[in-house]
Design a protein around this ligand. Structure first.
Ligand code: 15L
Length: 268
C-alpha cells in the first residue's frame, strides 16, 4: 500500500518548510521533526539526530521517512560527522528497529560536485558518474547514499536518494538555470519516490525539466516523476544581470559551482 504517514525530518529548513505546504495535498499526514522548534506546528518533535530516543519515538507508526535533516552547507568535519553521518545512521537504525520500509534521502549534487559541468550540447551527467564530493558536506551525502544501499541489501529498507539541485522558489544564479528544482516539482518528485514500486536503492537527480539541464533525469522519470517546470523563463534576466557562465572561472566549470571554490558555511 502507498505510504500515508510520512515523517518529515528537517521540517523547519528551506525545503522542509516548502514541503509542509506542498505534500499534504497528495494525501500524506506529515509528522514533523527538527532541531529547531516550528512556530506554527506545536506537535512537531524538537530533537536533533543524536537523540536516539527521540528518533525511536518519531518513527513509531510511520510508513515512510523523508529525510531532509542535517547540515545543508559546508561545516567543519566534526559537525558534519555528528549531524550528517552519525545522524543519518541513527535515523536508519531507528527505522530498522521500527520496521519502516521506505526512506527518501535528501542527497545533493555536491556528492558529485567536482564533476566537470557538461559543455553546451554535450551529454548529460549520468547517475552512475563516479563520486566527486566538493566539500565535507558533499562527502556526507555520498555516505548517506552508501548507507541507504547497505540498509537495502542487509535489511530490505528501500531508499530513493535524490541528488537535489537548487530547490528555491525561483533560480537566482546562472548555474541554477541548469539544476533548479521548482518547489512544485520537488513535491512531485518526493511523491514519486515515496510511491514507486521496487526501488531497492535508487539514486536520482532532482531538478525540473530545465532547458539547460546538466544531468540525466531518466532515472527520476522511471519512478513516475514528470517535471512540469523549466527555469528558462528566468534565463534572460539572470544572464543580463550576471553574464553567461565563464569557462575560465573555476566557480563555473564544475557541477558544484561555488562549493568547489569557496563553499557557503553552515551558520548554526
Ligand atoms: C545544496 O546542497 C545546498 O543545500 C543548497 O543550499 C544549495 O546551495 C544547493 O546545494 C545548490 O547546489 O545550489
Amino acid at each position: 500500500p502507498a505510504p500515508r504517514t510520512v515523517l518529515l525530518t528537517g521540517a523547519a529548513g528551506g525545503i522542509g518548510t516548502l514541503m509542509r505546504g506542498l505534500l499534504p495535498p497528495y494525501g500524506y499526514r506529515l509528522p514533523l521533526l527538527d532541531q529547531r522548534p516550528i512556530e506554527d506546528a506545536p506537535d512537531a518533535i524538537t530533537a536533533d539526530l543524536s537523540d536516539k530516543e527521540a528518533l525511536r519515538e518519531a518513527v513509531r507508526g510511520v510508513d515512510a521517512i523523508v529525510h531532509l535533516a542535517g547540515i545543508s552547507l559546508e561545516a567543519p568535519f566534526e559537525k558534519i560527522l555528528r549531524a550528517n553521518i552519525e545522524g543519518t545512521y541513527n535515523l536508519y537504525e531507528a527505522a530498522r528497529e521500527a520496521g519502516v520500509r521506505r526512506v527518501v534521502f535528501a542527497s545533493s549534487n555536491h556528492a558529485v560536485g567536482f564533476t566537470p559541468r557538461p559543455a553546451d550540447g554535450s551529454g548529460a551527467i549520468p547517475v552512475d558518474t563516479p563520486r566527486r564530493p566538493d566539500t565535507y558536506y558533499g562527502l556526507s551525502k555520498g555516505f548517506g547514499e552508501d548507507l541507504a544501499s547497505l540498509y537495502w541489501d542487509l535489511h530490505g529498507i528501500e531508499t530513493v536518494s535524490v541528488r537535489l539541485g537548487s530547490c528555491f522558489p525561483r533560480p537566482t544564479t546562472v548555474r541554477m538555470l541548469s539544476i533548479w528544482l521548482s518547489p512544485a516539482d520537488c513535491a512531485r518528485l518526493l511523491h514519486a519516490a515515496l510511491t514507486a514500486e521496487g526501488v531497492g536503492h535508487t539514486v536520482v537527480y532532482g531538478s525540473s525539466a530545465n532547458t539547460r539541464l546538466w544531468w540525466d533525469l531518466t532515472t527520476a522519470r522511471s519512478l513516475g516523476y514528470e517535471p512540469q517546470d523549466d527555469s528558462e523563463p528566468y534565463a534572460a534576466e539572470l544572464i543580463a544581470a550576471h553574464g553567461e557562465l565563464d569557462p575560465a572561472n573555476p566557480e563555473h566549470t564544475h557541477l558544484g559551482g561555488a562549493f568547489c571554490v569557496d563553499p557557503p558555511i553552515w551558520p548554526y
